[in-house]
Design a protein around this ligand. Structure first.
Ligand code: GLU
Length: 466
């Protein structure tokens, strides 16, 4: 039996959940979920100066909004410092690491003269081969022994075989003289202990992989499958930055994108499956594979996001979409829906969600059901309700009062009244729309009449006539 897949997302809690981080999390989630594996979360909070609980909270909230559920309790890297130190000492005991008594001043002095003489500034500790008898009774760091020649091969599933010359690697510190583990050690120990089989992360960590390999070798641990993915670029092809607009996922929620569309969009950022653009979570989980990840950076494309949003809105479950819309209102600090508005919106949902490019557009289309009588027409709508139009609406009213409330029948009646005046349907639909919605753009008048029902339709027409 093959080992079950375990992936992880390992954010540093120093700010919001970045769009690039969200995509990394999504790839790991898809990979695990599609293979019945586990998707774990590790908060890399070893940098005490930069890590905050608020950032951890923001990351968890962002993942939750995106619908990326993780297995087990999130692991705090900082909490595992004792275990990291234990591994450093194991490497020491097995001779793969050594005690280095060099002081900061000595290291700095070495670097300065190396720079002056044009030599490599990689620190070569004189303690690597020192006999324990010569060890002073002083604080020491633990350094792992890097091979002196040859090369380290990273067999990366995205980047291919990446070779790093070992003379480029120094004996990195795994445990500082104050007893705290370094980040590079912590990552490896945690990935090992958490049983991580596949590490999918940004290619800004590719160089770290070569150094992390030292620890795997020293401990004799299996190296996980590595896949270093290209970062996301802005629409202009440049490294993503603030000037490209939204960077935090919560901003995308506030812009009104539904999470399902966002997942689809992010999945396509740097990964492809033939020509498929629009897909469900189930399809994405089934299809996602590392081999579909491209080698060049993907570009943000808001047009594509809007397009996918329209497609996802159209097929979304009405109640689920309403639920998400309410979360959007809360996130944007907009007033919550009343019970009546919620009911009305649910009835209108099949119509207003059609091709909607986000929640703002859904609310805009749903304006007619969210407002209450008397409808306050905007300027254009007021102009459409001139005297002639009003008299036509007046004629329409008694016929609607007795009609069977079915779409085709309503269409027939409005068409007949228009024809009796030698007018096209549109000419009557315009004041009708103005009376029902108070706007000149809205869903179709017949859709509105069906959703509003007879009493409300007649009430609004009466208000407009009188
Ligand atoms: N904490 C690192 C980051 O946020 C990720 C490290 C890793 O995935 O190995 O960039």
């Amino acid at each position: 039996m093959s080992t079950p897949v375990v992936t992880r997302f390992a954010p540093s809690p120093t700010g919001f959940l970045h769009i690039g981080g969200a995509r990394t999390a999504l790839f790991n989630w898809l990979y695990a979920r599609g293979r019945g594996g586990k998707f774990l979360l590790r908060i890399e909070d070893t940098d005490r100066a930069r890590s905050t609980p608020e950032a951890t909270e923001a990351i968890l909230t962002g993942l939750t909004w995106l619908g990326l559920d993780w297995d087990e309790e999130p692991v705090s890297q900082f909490d595992r410092a004792g275990r990291h130190a234990e591994v450093a000492h194991e490497m020491l005991a097995s001779g793969h690491a050594y005690k280095c008594f060099s002081t900061q001043d000595e290291i700095e002095a070495f670097r300065e003269s190396a720079r002056a003489e044009g030599r490599s500034t990689l620190y070569r500790s004189p303690w690597r081969d020192a006999s324990p008898d010569t060890h002073p009774d002083a604080p020491y760091a633990i350094r792992v022994k890097a091979p002196l020649d040859g090369e380290t091969l990273i067999d990366d599933q995205v980047q291919g075989q990446v070779r790093i010359r070992n003379d480029q690697l120094d004996d990195m510190i795994v445990l500082r003289s104050d007893g705290t583990p370094t980040y590079m050690l912590a990552v490896v120990v945690d990935d090992h202990d958490m049983g991580v089989t596949h590490v999918i992360r940004g290619d800004d960590h590719l160089n770290n992989a070569a150094r992390q390999m030292l620890v795997y070798r020293a401990m004799g641990w299996d190296v996980p499958v590595w896949a270093h993915i290209p970062l996301i670029h802005g629409p202009d092809g440049k490294k993503l930055s603030k000037r490209h607009g939204a960077l935090g996922v919560e901003e995308y929620q506030r812009m009104g994108y539904p999470a399902a569309a966002m997942r689809n969009y992010l999945a396509r950022l740097g990964w492809s499956h033939g020509n498929d653009e629009f897909f469900t979570d189930t399809q994405a989980q089934e299809w996602f594979d590392i081999s579909g990840i491209g080698k060049s950076p993907a570009r943000l494309d808001f047009k594509k996001l809007d397009h996918l949003t329209a497609q996802h809105s159209s097929v979304a479950d009405d109640a689920a979409l309403l639920h998400e819309l309410e979360a959007y209102l809360a996130a944007t600090e907009a007033p919550a829906l009343s019970a009546a508005q919620r009911d009305g919106l649910l009835r209108a949902m099949p119509v207003v969600k059609e091709k909607a490019k986000g929640f703002a557009q859904i609310l805009e289309k749903a304006h007619f059901i969210l407002t209450t009588r008397p409808i306050e027409p905007d300027e254009k709508a007021a102009a459409a309700l001139d005297n002639v139009s009003r008299s036509i609406l007046k004629e329409l009213t008694p016929r609607l009062r007795t009609a069977t409330w079915e779409r085709e029948i309503l269409e027939g009646i409005v068409t007949e009244v228009a024809q009796a005046h030698g007018l096209g349907l549109g000419k009557v639909a315009q004041p009708l729309r103005a009376a029902l919605a108070g706007r000149t753009s809205s869903p179709s008048v017949f859709d509105m009449m069906m959703i509003l029902d007879r009493d409300e339709t007649l009430g609004r027409l009466n208000d407009a006539i009188t």
